[in-house]
Structures are given as C-alpha cells and as structure tokens.
Design a binder for this molecule. Structure first.
Ligand code: ADP
Ligand code: MG
Length: 585
C-alpha cells in the first residue's frame, strides 16, 4: 500500500541534505543573519555544536505574524517570483534551513523588529509565543541537542575537535568576506576570535596566519564581467598544503576549477607540490552562475566554465607579473652601513609587523578577546603604487655599450635605468630555459628517434613506467622484453640537447619514487624543471660577454624571469635611493 510520508519524516529527509553536521547549521544561521542586514553577529558554541549553537544578530528581526512561516519548508521572504531566482543576491532562498534544523534539533528563537515595542520568544515545537524584554532589534536562534531524535546520524559525526574545526572554518570564511561586520565567536564560553568591523586587509591579517603582509599581493581587477578582489600570497609563502579561501558572490566555495586556475596563474613560480596562498572573492553576474546545484551550496556552477577559468588564471598571472617582482627584487633593508650588507644572503629582511599576529590561534586554544586595532605596516607594498617596469625595462642596460662586472663567476652586475642590476647567471638561465620549455610543451610535438632508446628498468615497475610515460605527451613507449622498455619517440624539446638519455633516466627515477601516486602534470613540470636546471650554466663558471648579453636579452623576454621556480630571486635591483640610504644622504 502506498501512503504519503508523515510531514516530520519528510522534513527529516530534507534535513539530511541541509544539516550534514553542526557546521552546516552555523552556516545557515549566520547567512540568515547576513541576509537580515546584521552588522554584528555572535556565534556561541557548546560541545562542537552538539549541545548548543547560539547565533545572535542585530539584524531586522522577524515580525510576529511570520513566526509560524519561519520554520515551514519552502517558506522564505527572499523570493516572490521564479525570475527572482536568477538575480538573487541574498545567501538563502530555499526556505529550507530552519525547517530542516527544526526537524533534527530543539530550536528556540528570540527576536525583535524595529516596529515592535517588545521582543518575542518563540518555540516552533510548542508554538508558544511570549513577549520578552529585549531593547535591541535583532534575532537570536538557539539550537540544542542536535540529532537527539536521530541517534544514527549522531554516530556518523566525527570527533568534537573535528566538528569544531569545521565550524571554525565556516565562521572564519564568512568573516573573511564580510570585514564590515563584527564577529564574535566563542566555544565553551571562551573567545576564539572577536573581530571588529574594518577593512579587508586587517580582516585577512587577523584571521589567517600571514606573517608578513608584504607578501600579500592585493587583487583588484575586473575583466569579462568578472571582478576579483582579495590577496594572493607571494610564492615565498606557498606551502605544501592548499591554502585557498575562495568566494563566489560572497559565498565560500570549494571549487577545484578555481584552485587550478589560481595554481596555473602562478605558473613557473611555484615549486612542485607547493600551493599558493589565495584569498579571492570573485564577483560575477548572478545570471552567469548557478548556486543551486549543491544543497549545501559549497560548489557553484558557472555557465561558462572555460571563460571563468582563463580569466582568473590570467588575472592572477598579471598581478604576479606586476607586483611580485617588486618584492623579490628589491632589498627592503633599512639603511645599514655597507660593511654589514650581505646582498647575496639577506636581500629582503622584513621589519616585524607592528601589530600582533596571533590573536587567532587554533580553535581549541583560547585567544585574548583583544580587539584588533590595526595599524598598517609602514613598509607594506612600498612599490605597488608606482607603475611596475616591464622585464625589458628592468634588464636594459643604461648605455649602449655597458660595462659588465662578472663577480665570482656567478653574478652579472651592470648599471640599468634605475640603478644597478645584479643577475644570478644560473638562476636566470634556468628560468629562461624553463619558460621556453613550458611554452613549447603546451603544444608538444613528438619526434621519432632515429635510434630508439632501449632502457633497462626494474621489472616490478616496468608496467607503471610504460603506462605513465606513454601518457606524457610526446612519448611513444613499448615493452621490450623482460626488464627493458623501448622509447621510440620523445617530445621535440628533449632532442634539442644532447642529454636526452640522462633526462629519461631522471624521469624514470621520479616515476619509481612516486609509484602509483605519480601526478602527470607534476611529472611534466618536474621533468621540465630538471631539464632546465641541468642545462643551465652553473654558478662559478666563467662566461663571455656574448653569453652575458644573450642572458640579458632572453631574460627580458620571460614572464616570470625575476624569480626562480622556488620563488627565490634570479636578480636583485639596487635603486639609486638604496645607495643614498647606505650613505645616509
Ligand atoms: P531562507 O534563508 O532560504 O529564506 P530559512 O529557512 O533559512 O530560509 O529562513 C526562513 C526565513 O526566516 C527567511 O526567509 C527570513 O525571512 C527569516 N529569517 C531567518 N533567520 C532570520 C534572522 N536571523 N533575521 C531575520 N529573519 C530571519
Ligand atoms: Mg537561510
């Protein structure tokens, strides 16, 4: 017999989609507060949200006649017509959150609107309404005993510390894109963070552990209906784990597409296996994005994926080209007597920041409920205001027939327009080769070898090696008996120097080392980097004037020539004012 499901069961099923864990409740409730126009939001958590979640805001409040609708499924104040769906700028609209939450926890609400003279308490379960003393407009929602009626769901939750870290991440992300709103976040009645309304940089600094604001490159560009704002980290603060904080129309998203676009924007500036820091808020016309694809709204769908991808990639690239090299290039040292200047090893020592960085520790630690009083660091982005010179301007010698100094058979020193340029011959050469290889590799041409290379490999790894190599574009590889493989074709760039076999050795060694976890893209870049490093002139090697000039000419054609793939400088620029400072002029 077919019977319609009772309403509370329907709500519990729907709740399964929205309320995955305590953090999802926090997200929905804080978003409701944002939608209500709050300027201060307090989030108080007990036992990772299982015992209690209390969200208080100073938003519009909810009027009495709306009370029953608030907890009804598909009841929302945010959509009237279907067309609204496409242009919506509020966070919520499905009208599902509160009804779902109500189905899996005990809920209470206190609220007051501007029009009301008194506040009201409302319990959706008992439908009790009573007036309460509340002078401030706004809403407080208290969620208790999450999943009390669904013990099986409760068992699926992870440890308290894991659940709490999910909550922290959510609150942090929302706070990041809303620097204008004050957030107070506590756990077990202790402050985790309290941030006053302020500007974006102070919010990023207060919430994310960035030691040096000098390494934050501001993002503020507009192209193809896409606006990007935020900060990307100089390659020097890249890490072995992802540090992406991405938002689409103010909504935190986990969007592999955008992570990849950012990563590729960094191009050759990142070390293999390193991820950049990126706090990026992308704004796009709501019509060009579907936020409704994911019930918890953690991923969005762009109508034109490809366009978004390449726009983001090139915007990131552009910012790096325009500003990263200022940081890499210039010694940011305070005036120092010449005797203590060691240009090679300390070209950039940064002054300690004048504000306290670690107000926000890990969720379990208690931070001082101190209020950020943000004083911008004095030397932050000293050069960003000026128009950055191009690689060509930078490397161009001051005169037609310049004098080059070749120091320690490693550094090329010569006067340029701004002062004095110092190049590291190995680093710049490596970078030139790498960029050329990367360019060529985007449309890899394969070259049949006149004499195919037979290579002995460990038998146990043979299959893997053949599989990986043949997936790398340009290679043609076959099994050649017990523990041998035969390489019949290689990418053309590999045949351009005599070290083809040596490079193949390196490649095979990497595949054996990485085993099944070999990532093709990483392998490809690693191969190119190895080739570049091995083919570049060594440090401590005498070179001719012609070679010096070739390095300068080719360096001028690079995109990221100012930094090697570890984010270290390939060159250091000493401006006229640097000299003047040294001599206290
Ligand atoms: P949605 O946000 O998708 O509309 P919800 O279930 O989250 O659905 O909320 C239902 C309605 O309750 C909202 O449309 C809004 O009118 C009201 N509401 C919820 N929370 C608040 C709040 N903190 N302040 C004011 N109104 C609120
Ligand atoms: Mg909502």
């Amino acid at each position: 017999m077919i019977r319609p499901l009772p309403k509370h069961i329907i709500n519990q099923i729907a709740a399964g989609e929205v309320v995955e864990r305590p953090a999802s409740i926090v997200k929905e409730l804080v978003e409701n507060s944002l939608d209500a126009g709050a300027t201060k939001i307090t989030i108080a958590i007990l036992d990772a949200g299982l015992t209690e979640i209390k969200i208080q805001d100073n938003g519009s409040g909810i009027s009495r006649e709306d009370f029953p609708h608030v907890f009804q499924r598909h009841a929302t104040s945010k959509i009237e017509a279907i067309e609204d769906l496409e242009t919506l700028s509020t966070m919520g609209f499905r009208g599902e959150a509160l009804s779902s939450i109500q189905a899996v926890a005990q809920v209470e609400m206190m609220t007051k609107t501007k029009a009301d003279t008194t506040g009201y308490y409302y319990n959706p379960y008992t439908e009790e309404i009573k007036p309460i003393a509340q002078s401030q407009e706004g809403t407080t929602i208290i969620i208790r005993n999450l999943f009390y009626n669904l013990p099986a769901r409760k068992k699926f939750l992870k440890s308290h510390s894991t659940e709490l870290s999910h909550i922290t991440r959510i609150v942090e992300e929302i706070a990041l894109v809303h620097p204008e709103i004050e957030f107070m976040y506590t756990s077990q009645e202790r402050t985790v963070f309290h941030v006053l309304s302020g500007d974006s940089l102070s919010r990023v600094v207060a919430l994310l552990k960035i030691k040096d604001t000098e390494y934050l490159l501001p993002v503020d560009s507009q192209k193809q209906n896409i606006q990007l704002r935020g900060y990307i980290g100089h390659p020097r603060i890249s890490k072995r784990s992802p540090q992406y904080h991405i938002f689409v129309n103010n909504r935190p998203v986990l969007q592999p597409l955008l992570h990849k676009a950012i990563q590729q924007g960094f191009d050759t500036m990142l070390e293999v296996g390193h991820y950049p820091f990126a706090f990026i808020s992308l704004h796009i016309n709501p019509e060009e994005v579907d936020v409704n694809v994911h019930p918890r709204k953690t991923e969005v769908k762009f109508i034109d994926d490809k366009m978004v991808f390449s726009t983001v990639k090139y915007m990131v690239k552009d910012i790096l080209q325009k500003s990263a090299f200022d940081i890499v290039l210039k010694p940011h040292t305070a005036p120092t007597p010449l005797s203590s200047v060691n240009i090679q090893s300390t070209p950039y020592s940064h002054p300690k920041n004048s504000y306290e960085m670690n107000r926000y520790e890990s969720p379990s630690r208690v931070a001082e409920p101190a209020i950020p009083s943000y004083t911008p660091p004095q030397s932050s982005h000293p050069i960003l205001s000026s128009i950055p010179p191009t690689m060509r301007d930078l490397l161009e010698p001051e005169t037609q027939k310049p004098t080059y100094l070749h120091l320690f058979d490693t550094y090329i020193v010569y006067p340029n327009q701004q002062g004095m340029m110092i190049l590291d011959q190995h680093a710049i050469h490596e970078k030139i080769i790498l960029e050329q290889l990367m360019q060529a590799d985007y449309n890899v041409q394969s070259q049949q070898l006149l004499f195919p290379i037979v290579h002995t490999v460990p038998q146990s790894e043979k299959e893997l090696i053949i599989e990986v190599l043949s997936q790398l574009s340009g290679f043609e590889v076959d099994d050649f008996g017990s523990s041998e493989i035969i390489i019949r074709a290689v990418p053309t760039f590999l045949t351009k120097n005599q070290k083809t076999e040596a490079h193949i050795d390196t490649l095979i060694a990497i595949i054996i080392e990485r085993g099944q976890t070999t990532d093709l893209e990483e392998l490809r870049i690693e191969l190119l980097k190895t080739i570049a490093c091995k083919s570049a002139i060594k440090a401590g090697y005498p070179i001719s004037r012609g070679e010096i000039e070739a390095l300068i000419r080719d360096g001028a054609k690079t995109d990221f020539g100012f930094a090697c793939c570890h984010g270290r400088p390939t060159m250091v620029q000493l401006d006229k004012d640097w000299f003047e400072k040294q001599f206290s002029r």
